[in-house]
Design a protein around this ligand. Sequence first.
Ligand SMILES: [Cu+2]
Length: 152
Amino acid sequence: MKNKLPIIAAALLAGISTTAFAQVAVSEGWVRATVAQQPATGAFMRITSQKDARLVSVQSPIAKTAELHEMSMENNVMKMRPVTGITLPAGQAVELKPGGYHVMLIGLAEPVSEGATVPLTLLVETADKKRESIPVQLKARSLTGATGHGNR
Ligand SMILES: [Cu+2]
């Protein structure tokens, strides 16, 4: 009986390593395509974490910096402000979308043309302070595709 334990442990470890990225699922991601000289743009997606976690930062090779922003109405004016993280409650889809939370890509190396693939790395921290990098590839869409119709 005793010698069965290591086998079970090994199986568990193997299971964990193959499903590491499955703990956080990202879907419906897109980046707003830009026009020439536009210095920044937004990235949007739906994130579902299996555990309580926080999206703490984002990086992209196409931008000097990437910030997490929140948009909200203040005195009838749409305001955008940086946030230190976005809470990802266990099993609950969190939407990053125009008018709400989004990733701001600032200092673009070149314009983001429609149809281009933009790589992002999301850094997620779980409640037990474990950090996980999640690479995602997002398609660039033009402003006219920003309403959420079609293309999903
Ligand atoms: Cu913003």
